[in-house]
Design a protein around this ligand. Sequence first.
Ligand code: MCN
Ligand code: SMO
Length: 790
Amino acid sequence: HSPDLGALQEGRLVGKPVRRVEDARLLAGLGRYVDDRPSAHALHMAVFRSDQAHARVDAIRTDAARALPGVRGVYVWQDIAGLIKPALATSRMSGYQPTPIHALANGVVHFVGEPVVAVLADSRYIAEDALDLIEVHYTELPVATDPEVAAQPGAPLLHATLKSNVLVERAFARGEVDEAFNDAPHVISGRFRFHRKTSLAMESRCYMAEVERGRDALTLYTSSQVPGIIRDGLADLLDMPGNRLTVIAPDVGGGFGGKTSLYQEEMLVCVLARKTGKAVKWTGDRLEDLMSTSQAFDERVNASLAISEDGLILGLRAEVIGDVGAYSIYPWTAGIEPVQVISFLPGPYRVPCYHGHVRGVTTPKSPTGPYRGVGRPTSTFVMERLLDMAAVELGIDPTEIRRRNLVRPEEFPYKTAVGIVWDRSAFIEGLDAAMERFDYHAARRAQAQARAEGRWIGIGIACYAELSGIGSRISASPGMPINTGTDTCVIQLDSTGALTASFGCASHGQGHETTLGQVLADELGARIEDLRVVTGSSAAVPHGTGSYASRTAVISSGAGILAARELRARMLRVAGHLLGTTPEDLDITEGVISARSSGARMTFPELARALYSQMGRVPAEVREEMCVTRVYDPVVGTTSSATHMVQVEVDPKTYGVHIQRYVIAEDCGRIINPLIVTGQTRGAMAQGVGAALLEEVVYDADGQLLTASLVDYLVPSAPEVPDVELVHLPAVAPNTLGGFRGMGEGGTIGAPAAIANAISDALAPFGIGITELPATPERLFRLIHAGQPH
Ligand code: MCN
Ligand code: SMO
């Protein structure tokens, strides 16, 4: 590999496969999720949801529900209208149209599953029974469920306030695209479709609001990835200052992007707790999760690649329609998924000219929002398919066309056609390493042999690059102040000598207690068990957002490093005084401070006692405050990249796809914990397998949800998820404190494209290429038998 690659320096704990400290708790069933909170005195909420896709609410009859013993309240929008504002996802994007999200439908419903009435009762059972007694009379309004129809002028508007159903429209242009296409010897075009999916966390959404009566203070326990964003959002909607509104995400059983937005039920438990003076709890069931948790993808892409005779990309064109569902999601906006598709379409390649145009169109379906990979699973699918199609046309190997077009080491920093800057990342080295581990040429020979025997075996490749650890510059550019691109660490040495570090991030499966603990322990010279890492509480830091966008390894670690360095310096100044030496003479290892010159030693508790309680041992002018707050902003962020290589066999009887081998070579900079990085990559790849082969949210033409249970919405289980062979390629340290790059989403970005290419390769003898995902057995059957795509 290239000479500047190689292992970045390892710390004592950073870089080591430290066992996850949270697992002793989580695996023993001792995790504390929202639903585990004691609720004997709470009121339980159930939500009456719209069974109409788009309708005017004419009348709501709640008398019978109110009369049911055990029911404590039945609420419609008018009952709470004065207590909470609708959420409005604002943006500076020109022409963007927001849609106010009310906690309960305000006269019109916009998708099946939208909350219309909330019931509070002594138990969830009673509350559910009460739902059966509610009658809502609707007048159906016209629907356009197909986004291409909904985008047409004159299509029925989903929200009366809109000028058109196109909530967001953006274009990126660089260079003379028309010229490039006119002059190109080869133009490769395709119409691609990535269907809608959902995040399907194991723990469904769950909220509990507790009030402190007499103080008008409220604590929301929420199964959320973003307690800081929820706190800041609700503070505005409820008009409550942050010192009376605390938002806590305790243990959270997965989010995958679906828990990064503010939901109606979250607003409702808060409003109703404040109104009744009681704790209010809501636990979503699987049906509610499938119909109301934010969904993902749902894009149609028309794209073309202009290619030279020797396989170089001359230009790229793309027209994207994203079906964003019923609302512009708060706080991310309807742009979050589809705009990323055109932003990242050029990928890790040299694309001299590009024109990308996208429209995000509202339709009566659950809103789409962030989902692991955000936009890039679709853009990678499209770009990687086009490159494979080009390779077939030119008669060159798919690895070769990528090698010719990948941004090369000497070209970094490379500014893409949309202005994203790739810092030095292992693009080419990733391709090389994946080929080597896969034993690519031998695999091709074996494939030829198998094909001769009539087997449908294919090899697929996908390369991608992503921005991770995104700092303030990009976060702030769409005008969304609630996503700041920063995190805060507050670290303290208390009077018992214990260290506590609090962050604004919110672990929901990533093992932040372990990885942040490793980073801090190394900085401080402490043992990981000397430290307690607190995440997920808005009360612990003045400002935080949460964990999303593969940001925590970069941004939270950065804040931790800054805070720990300052705390360490303060500890050494005080210890120097106590041990009669200079700070420079001191070292901290394994939680013990020692003087190199004299060998004198001191533990953290001894230091704390001397400083805090043995008054007089440390003179006033030497005393230090052992509590440090630091904020880290990586400003731009950094580039993570990978090559996925997969071999599949399609079963000629069932049309099922069996994944035989899966290799990933990836660059996430300096690795904090290889065990966690491997687990993250495998989990993300599993979700990519689901997206490629199985998972599809289906609405019918009237906007009714057809995949309303896990019988219809298929997720991969153990037999469908292959083992992954992982090669780590830490490239030169990026421009981030600590040298880390984020990687929590990467597996989901690469997998659908690589699998689509492998299936296309397997079915190449039939002249079939995959343009639509998921590639279900039914779709493959139709392709093979009808010989046409849709
Ligand atoms: N890590 C590391 N070394 C690196 C980079 C990362 O050891 N060079 C570690 C980190 O310290 C962290 C984990 O890997 O423990 C993921 O780090 P990062 O890429 O910073 O991502 P975040 O921690 O910010 O997590 C968000 C990311 C996203 S956006 C989704 S979606 C996702 C994901 O994490 N959802 C998940 N992984 C998930 N894992 C679980 N179990 N559940 C989810 O819902
Ligand atoms: S979709 Mo991940 O929470 O950014």
